[in-house]
Each structure stands twice: as C-alpha cells, then as structure tokens.
Design a protein around this ligand. Structure first.
Ligand code: GCW
Length: 661
C-alpha cells in the first residue's frame, strides 16, 4: 500500500457480523453507503454481508438504509441529517437525503468500532457547508503544504486513481461535503481549469466526489477574461466582462453540471480584483454570482483583502482592520449565492488571534469561517499541534451582538440569521505522503475538523479519543498518552513561540522557526514594535482603533489592559516588560518562564512517546519520534532566540537565573 488508510483502517474483531444490508434507492450516495458498510463489516467480522435492493422496509433482518425524497436540495440540512434506530433485530439508517444515509452509515460503522452499545441516534449537521480548501498547484506543489506533493495534480496534469476515491471516503466519513481542489492563488495551468482543456479530468474527480456527497469547487482567477482572453479588462461593470463570465459559466456547467462554484481570492497579495478597477468587493462578487446563479453555482468570496505594501514606519495603518473595513459597509449588497469566507482571526492564522470582528457583524450576508489545518504558522506538521481545542474555543466565543444565538458557531452556521449558505472550511493539511499529513498525529486535525464541522457540540477530547481508537485501536496506554499529547499540544506550541498574542516572530522565508524581527521592517503589516521599554501593538482607541470593530462589551474588554485576556494582551496593547499579568508575574518573567516550560513540555512529549515503543505500530512509532525530535530542536531554538531577544532588549534578568544568551 502506498498510503495509509488512516482512521478507516478496520481491524478484525471490531464488530460482529450481519448477513444482509438492504437499501431502497439507487442514488449513488446510498449505494456508496451500502458498499462502505459491507466492506467495513466484512473486514471487521470476516463475513461480508450481502447487498440487496428493497423498495420498502420489510420484516427481513439486517441493516436497512432508507432514503426519503432526496429532492436535490444539496445544502439543505434535512437532506444531510440521519437517524439510526434498532428495531426487531434490524438496524435502520434513515434520512430524507442520500447524503444523510451515507453519514448515517459512517456513523454506524464508527459506533460499532468504538464499541458503543447505544446505536440509536439522530443527527443534523451543525453547518450546511463543511469544506476543505486545497492550496494545490497544477505542477504538483502545494502552497504551504507539509506532507508531500498534491495527489490531484502533477506536471500540469490531473491525477485520478484509487487515492482520489480513498480521499473522498476518508473525508466523507467525517462529513465533509465540499472540496476546492486548487490553490486560491490561481496561476499557470490552473488558469485553464475552467476551459475544455481540463473539463474531462475535473469531471472525473467530481464524479468520484459525488459518490460520496462531496461537491467539487474550483478556485478561479478573477482576471480570467484577460488571462484566458480575449478581453483587456476584468472590470465587473463592463458589459463585455459580464457576458464573458455568463458564457463561461454556461460552458463550464455543460461540462461540469455538479460544480459547486468558485472560490475567489481577489484584491489580495497581488491578485487582481474589483479594486483594480475602482469597484467594490460586492460588485466583483455579484458579477460572478450572477453568471453562476442559473446553474445553482455559488461564489465563495474571500475576505482576506488587505494592503500588503505597507510602510513599517506608519503606525496608523493596521492590517488587522482591513478585513472588517473592506466589507462592513456592504451588508445586504451581496447576491444570495455569494458567501463571504472569513479567516478565523483578523490577520492570518497565527497560533493565537482574537476572533475576526466581521463574524456576525453582517446580518444579510452569508458567511463562512475559514480555518487552517495546514499548520503554516503552527509548526508545519513537524511540531505537534492539535488545533481542535482552539477551533472549539473560537466557535464557542460570543460576539456580543445579539441577546441569544450569539456564538461564532451560531453566525457561521447560519443559525443566527437563518441563512442557508453558511458553514466552515479549512485550508487542508494533506499531500501524497504515505501518512497523508506529514506528521502522523496531524491526521487528528483532518479528522477533527470534519467531525467538529458536522457536530459543534463534540468536545475536542471526545474527537481525539475517537480518532485515536479508530486509527490505532483501543489500547489504553496508547489512548491515554496520545490523547494527553494532543490535548496539550496547542498550548505548548503557543508557549515556546511568539508571546501573548503578538504573533509574527517567524522566519519570513518559510514561516517556520523564530526570527523576532523577520517581519518588523517589511511591507506585510505585521509588526510587534519591541523596543527597550516594551512590546506589543496598541490597537485601542489611542492606538490603531482596531478594538472598536467589536461590539461594545468586547471593544471595552479588549481596549482595557485590566480586562484584556492575557493571551491576547500584546495583540491589543503595547506594554512595558514590567507590566504585571493576571498570574502575578511580570511580562518579561512570563515570557522567560513560558519559553523554558514549552521546551520542557516537548521533552515530556518525547518521554511519553517512548513508552509506546513496541506498543504502537513500529512505523508510526518511528515517524512520530522523528518529528518529536525535530520539534524539540525547534522549541529550543525558539526558546533561546525569543528569550535572548527580549533579554537584550529589556536587560531584565531571569529571576530563576537560567541560561539566556
Ligand atoms: O497566510 C498567507 C499565506 C499565503 C496564502 C495566503 C492566503 C494562498 O502565507 O501562502 O496564499 O495567506 O490565505 O491567501
């Protein structure tokens, strides 16, 4: 096998046999559900049940997969909900929609494997859209990819093989229902993905995805009318441009009838967009939405729009403000088939950022949250960083905009304002490595993101437990140790990297490893302003004013040093090293302590992992140990450089007299 089965590695003895699986519909998702159950039960029990089609439920014993009307309303939560019941010796998995039956079947498999005795369950997904964004390029490289090359593309060609199907199975098993297969920075051959040069192969992937209830989306280049030609403008108000896209949409949907739509990165980091023509973001998004509307396509428009040519001398321009500022005045301007895709924080996927203030601020605009499980700024899948506890914290956060239904989850799921096109997505962490995710334990983020997106009520710990048991089996020591490591890992990473929410002390070239002033005098708008007195960005009213983008209670909480949570203190305030934190320590002492602690924690991870030698599979043991040793080097480097940096700036001695350089 060239690649791991990850959590779908069924083990003998995980369930007892069944003779028959009945299903009432020939919809492709229902058939997939039946086949998935058949092979899962076969592999686990040694007896492969027979599949039989029955239009109606009868009193024959077996597993019954029953699909209701399946009326094609793809993002309708009813179509994706399921119910599992035990009745007269049979197990019934039922849903209005075929996708719901598939999720029910995977839930049943999971329950069997986890040894749950209570099979009865009724679930409606928390989010209509549960999406993965690939940053895969046609040449096979992956932007911010840390697990090999793309399994979709190589040398300008599209790859379709068993892995494509296994990928679809894996992500459908945790409820993912939409995938963008190519990078938001649309370059080179990817420009032509929306031409007949690629339609055939893209259709091939879309078909495999459709077997598993997954819609394929494409990232498209905003300036396609110019880059594909023959126009010399992409101005959204130019009738020739509008017509170009209308014709293009018709051509695309003739070849790819199930295409979900486009993901667009416009006016960002050198990408073209409506601003190029002095037009608004909504003018750009709506022009595309208009073209796709007739075909049921949607436009997912990224809000990662900011000035990346900033002057570091200018203390007033604040990149954190850009997202909100660029969109807040356009509420109710966007077409119903546009979704704004908003990064979880206002800057860029740092280990700690406040929640993006645009979340919940627009009541007439579809929005979805963009997370990143590719660990660009969180250890690049060399360092262990289980992100689900952090995502959970974000989703549970209250924006103080409405008396009830006020959590981030309420807004991005569409619950708060009753929108249908909403949800969550993550920049994905997969590649063609044997283990898919570079670090074996980073697969917990892939699994976990899907599970959390499907069910916001699951705890990060429960998700970790499920993942470990299905991946490595139920050995108690493995369960305990891996769960403990995962659950602590985000906090540990946070300890040894940039302190107290300030972010960006990383190496500019590849975003891995420490470089405290790496971005300080650059054009990217990511500064920390450390000097001999103190560090941090004043984002209060006296400073950039960013804190005021939040609803009043939050603006006050963040704006005031005393009420601002410590872990975001330097994101919102510029403070002296002598500032006393809520834990009673001075800021500088806290920096020293957490950095030394972070390294100690990584050593502890290694000590714990060693206990699993010859308990866990050899290959897994070796690969993870190797990564942990890399993490140790990285944490030592961070600790020594950050501590020395602040020691040299401040001249403040470590109370504990440890070695600082
Ligand atoms: O964080 C930055 C990354 C870019 C990325 C960009 C984005 C795809 O460093 O590599 O480009 O975010 O989100 O568009």
């Amino acid at each position: 096998m060239e690649y791991s089965k990850l959590w779908l590695d069924y083990k003998r003895g995980e369930c007892s046999g069944f003779d028959r699986i009945y299903y009432n519909s020939d919809d492709r998702c229902v058939v997939s559900a039946a086949r998935e159950l058949q092979s899962a039960i076969g592999e686990m029990s040694g007896i492969y049940p027979e599949l039989a089609e029955r239009r109606e439920l009868t009193d024959e014993n077996g597993i019954w997969l029953l699909c209701g009307k399946n009326d094609g309303k793809y993002y309708d939560l009813n179509m994706q909900s399921y119910k599992i019941e035990e009745k007269d010796g049979s197990i019934i998995v039922a849903s209005y929609g075929a996708a719901g039956v598939l999720y029910g079947a995977f839930a049943l498999i999971r329950k069997m494997r986890l040894g749950e005795t209570e099979l009865t369950e009724e679930k409606t997904p928390s989010n209509p859209l549960r999406m993965l964004n690939h940053w895969d390029n046609p040449d096979g490289s992956i932007e911010r990819g840390y697990s090999g090359n793309s399994f979709f593309f190589k040398d300008g060609e599209i790859i379709i093989n068993e892995r494509t199907r296994d990928y679809a199975r894996l992500i459908a098993s945790v409820g993912i229902n939409a995938v963008v297969i190519n990078n938001v920075n649309v370059k080179d051959e990817a420009l032509y993905f929306i031409t007949d040069r690629y339609f055939g192969k893209i259709r091939g992937i879309a078909d495999i995805f459709a077997d598993y209830g997954i819609r394929l989306f494409l990232s498209a280049n905003y300036a396609s009318p110019i880059d594909i030609g023959p126009l010399d403008t992409a101005d959204p108000c130019d009738e020739r441009v509008r017509e170009w896209w209308r014709n293009k949409a018709a051509e695309i949907y003739r070849a790819l009838p199930d295409l979900g739509g486009f993901l667009i990165k416009a006016d960002s980091e050198g990408r073209p967009g409506p601003f190029t023509y002095g037009r608004s973001q909504d003018a750009g998004a709506n022009m595309l939405a208009d073209a796709l509307e007739e075909f049921g396509g949607i436009v997912i428009w990224r809000c990662f729009v900011y000035n990346c040519r900033q002057d570091w001398r200018d203390r007033k321009t604040d990149r954190a403000q850009a997202c909100y500022d660029n969109f807040i005045n356009s509420d109710a301007h966007f077409a119903p088939n546009v979704i704004l895709q908003i990064k979880n924080g206002p800057v860029d996927f740092q280990v700690r950022e406040p929640v993006n203030p645009l979340i919940g601020a627009m009541s007439f605009t579809n929005q979805m949250m963009e997370f990143q499980i590719a660990q660009e700024y969180t250890g690049q899948q060399r360092d262990l960083c289980y992100l689900i506890p952090y995502f959970k914290e974000i989703l549970d956060f209250k924006m103080c905009r409405h008396p009830d239904c006020d959590t981030v989850a309420d807004y991005v799921s569409g619950k708060a304002f009753g929108n249908r096109l909403c949800g969550v997505c993550a920049v994905t962490n997969t590649g063609n490595d044997y283990n898919w995710t570079g670090h074996d334990l980073a697969a917990a983020n892939l699994y976990g993101f899907g599970r959390l997106a499907f069910d916001n009520d699951l705890s990060a710990e429960k998700i970790a437990g499920e993942w470990i048991e299905q991946t490595y089996g139920g050995n108690t020591l493995v369960m305990e140790i891996v769960s403990d490591m995962l659950m602590r890992s985000h906090a540990v990473y946070e300890k040894y990297t940039a302190p107290l929410g300030v972010g960006w002390m990383i190496e500019p070239a590849d975003h891995y490893g420490p470089n405290p002033d790496g971005f300080e005098y650059s054009r990217w708008g990511t500064y920390h302003y450390a000097d001999r007195e103190g560090v941090g960005v004043d984002r209060t009213i006296a400073g950039t004013g960013y804190a005021n983008q939040y609803a009043k209670p939050l603006a006050q909480m963040y704006g005031n040093v005393d009420s601002c949570p410590d872990n975001l203190l330097l994101f919102f305030h510029h403070l002296p090293y002598s500032h006393v934190l809520k834990n009673g320590k001075t800021m500088i002492q806290h920096i020293y302590d957490t950095h030394f602690e972070g390294v100690k924690d990584v050593r502890e991870f290694i000590r714990l992992w060693r206990k699993l030698e010859s308990v866990i599979d050899d290959g897994v043991y070796r690969r993870v140990k190797e990564r942990l040793l890399m993490q140790l080097d990285n944490s030592v480097e961070w600790c020594d450089i950050i501590n020395s940096y602040f020691y040299r700036k401040s001249g403040a001695k470590d109370e504990k007299g440890r070695r600082i350089y």
